[in-house]
Design a protein around this ligand. Structure first.
Ligand code: 4NP
Length: 159
C-alpha cells in the first residue's frame, strides 16, 4: 500500500526514549506478523528534552533482547503544530492523554495503550520506567506485547 494512503498511528509517552519507541516496534512487529500493511507507525513524546536523540539504552537493549531494533530511533516531540496529522494517537499513560487533549487532539482519536485490557472504567497506565530499575523495562515490554493484538483488533474494526 502506498505510504501516503496508510493510516497514521502515533505512540505517545513523555520523553519518546523509553516506552513509546518500544510500543512502536512491538506493534509494528505484530502487525507485520498478521500481514497488516495499511498502517504507518511512529512514536513521539510530549516533552522536548530528548528530541533528535536515540532511545534510552535500556529500552534499546530490551528491544534487542526480544529480536526488535531501536538502533535507528530518533526522539521527536508531538506539538500543537504537528498533532493533527495522526489518525490515531496511543497514549502510554493518563498524563500523556491529558497532554494530548491540551494540545488540541480530538478525544475520538486518542486511545490508551492498555484500554482493551479492561472491560470498563479507567485503562491502566504503562508505568514510566525511566527512573526505576531494569525490571521496569521488562514489565513495560510485557504490557506492550499483551496489548498489541487487542489494539490492532480495535483499529481493524474500523476498516
Ligand atoms: P518515556 O520515559 O516517557 O517512556 O520516554 C521518560 C524519558 C525521559 C524522561 C521522562 C520519562 N525525562 O524526564 O527526561
Amino acid at each position: 500500500m502506498a505510504e501516503n494512503h496508510k493510516e497514521k498511528v502515533l505512540f505517545v509517552c513523555l520523553g519518546n526514549i523509553c516506552r513509546s519507541p518500544l510500543a512502536e516496534v512491538v506493534v509494528r512487529g505484530v502487525a507485520a506478523q498478521r500481514g497488516l500493511n495499511r498502517y504507518h507507525f511512529e512514536s513521539a513524546g510530549t516533552g522536548d528534552w530528548h528530541v533528535g536523540g536515540p532511545a534510552d539504552p535500556r529500552s534499546a537493549a530490551k528491544a534487542k533482547e526480544k529480536g526488535l531494533d531501536l538502533s535507528r530511533h530518533r526522539a521527536q516531540q508531538v506539538t500543537a503544530r504537528n498533532c493533527q496529522q495522526w489518525d490515531w494517537m496511543i497514549a502510554m499513560d493518563s498524563d500523556n492523554r491529558a497532554n494530548l487533549l491540551r494540545l488540541g487532539v480530538p478525544e475520538s482519536r486518542i486511545l490508551m495503550m492498555r484500554q482493551f485490557e479492561v472491560e470498563t472504567g479507567h485503562a491502566p497506565d504503562v508505568p514510566d520506567p525511566y527512573y526505576g530499575g531494569p525490571d521496569g523495562f521488562e514489565d513495560a515490554y510485557l504490557m506492550l506485547v499483551a496489548n498489541a493484538e487487542k489494539l490492532l483488533n480495535h483499529l481493524e474494526s474500523f476498516k
